[in-house]
Design a binder for this molecule. Structure first.
Ligand code: PLP
Length: 403
């Protein structure tokens, strides 16, 4: 049977007409006229790349999170790669991370020849569990790489204290968490380096883009070198001096630069970040209130000493209250034109990781969670009507499949 026919059959199951006539995506950028003007201004200027708009954007990010430095990259994955390079990770080194994340959080360790080690998640926040981190430490451990899942900061005090005790670096994957706070401090200065993504579904966007923040001068220099082929022209770092043209390639870096066109968009987006987060939090609150009394699902659990960037709104299905599994619920919501998603497939379930020898059962809590989660649409441009549609669709579908 074709996919189209399956969908039609599901629509019939639910009474024919979908709640929405057009697909609501799970995430999308919010671009206004000021953003467009900022990009056009750069197009008319002298520099499309390595110009002043990149410096201005880096300053803006660093000031916003309260860090000494920010280094912009071509995308969040490149920024993670840069951070793992700057941390000095290499073959034989282990980096502890969570399986409940996008593959890039672990891939960046592989890029440098290191070994990702997966620590299980907490049952309530779905963030990396500090006790599980402790259990993963070996003499080869060099760094901990927590991910602030959905935008809610991980247990950083506990993670930083483990790192301190064992002399480990902490690299935060804060792709979801620009603007989130932990005990009153913005994410961006807690670990040695913090990595943000600027992909269109993330808190602010540059199309593609990433940025690393740090307070450490040495890490800052290494990040900058890595972004530009490992090349420096800075006289204070040169090993030789052959003339005013002279530059040196000191490491095997990449061309991972962000353009000025993108950076200008990023600076303009930063004007709206707090408004974006407020709207995301407002929508999340509407969902949580609407679903509070439904035994078929659990809404996201939030710790009181931190605020989320609300990148994602993830519900956990209570499968014992439903006649079907997550797949049917997902398909039924899609048939209602609600763009649901699943964040994430545990990283080591991917064939590439399986072939390296990671096997099922490694992180039972993450694996069990994966069977039950759905991401609902959440982005600043959603209207109240959009939010209502999602709520109605979830109630309709889960009501239908209730035991
Ligand atoms: C989006 C994302 C990345 C990768 O960022 P890109 O900018 O898409 O390369 C890394 N980690 C997490 C958790 C992400 O959500």
């Amino acid at each position: 049977m074709t996919e189209a026919l399956e969908v039609n059959e599901k629509l019939a199951l639910h009474g024919g007409t979908p709640i929405r006539s057009t697909r609501l995506p799970y995430g999308r950028q919010a671009i206004d006229e000021a953003d467009i003007r900022a990009v056009v201004d750069v197009l008319r200027s002298d520099f499309l790349t390595t110009g002043p708009a990149v410096d201005a954007f880096e300053r803006r990010i660093a000031d916003y999170v309260g860090a000494k430095y920010a280094v912009a990259f071509a995308n969040g994955t490149a920024a993670l790669h840069g951070a793992v390079f700057a941390a000095g990770i290499g073959p034989g080194d282990e980096v502890i991370t969570t399986p409940m994340t996008f593959a890039a959080s672990a891939n960046c360790v592989l890029y440098m020849g290191g070994t990702p080690v997966f620590a299980d998640i907490q049952p309530d926040t779905y963030n990396i569990d500090p006790d599980a981190v402790k259990a993963c430490i070996t003499p080869r451990t060099k760094a901990i790489l927590p991910v602030h899942y959905t935008g809610q900061p991980a247990d950083m005090d506990e993670i930083l204290s483990i790192a301190k005790r064992h002399g480990l670096m902490v690299i935060e994957d804060a792709a979801h968490a620009l603007g989130a706070t932990y005990k009153g401090r913005r994410i961006g200065t807690l670990g040695d380096m913090t990595v943000f993504s600027l992909h269109p579904v993330k808190p602010v966007t540059t199309g593609e883009g990433g940025v690393v923040t740090t307070n450490d001068d040495r890490l800052y220099q290494r990040l900058r070198l890595f972004r530009t082929h490992g090349i420096t022209r800075d006289p204070s770092f040169l090993e030789d001096d052959q003339g005013p043209w002279y530059y040196e390639m000191q490491y095997l870096g990449f061309n991972y630069r962000l353009t000025d066109i993108q950076a200008a968009l990023g600076t303009s987006q930063m004007d709206k970040l707090d408004v974006f987060i407020r709207r995301r939090a407002e929508i999340a609150k509407k969902y949580t209130e609407a679903f509070a009394s439904m035994p078929e699902l659990e809404t996201p659990y939030q710790r009181e000493d931190r605020t989320s960037g609300w990148h994602l709104y993830v519900i956990r299905l209570n499968l014992s209250a439903l006649r079907v599994g997550r797949r049917q619920v997902y398909e039924a919501l899609l048939a209602e034109n609600i763009g649901v998603n699943v964040h994430y497939i545990p990283v080591y379930h991917h064939p590439y990781y399986r072939r390296m020898g990671y096997s099922r059962g490694l992180c039972p809590r993450a694996e069990e969670l994966y069977e039950r989660i759905l991401t609902l649409p959440l982005f600043p441009g959603m209207t109240d009507d959009d939010v209502c549609d999602v709520i109605r669709a979830v109630k309709k579908v889960l009501g239908y499949y209730r035991v």
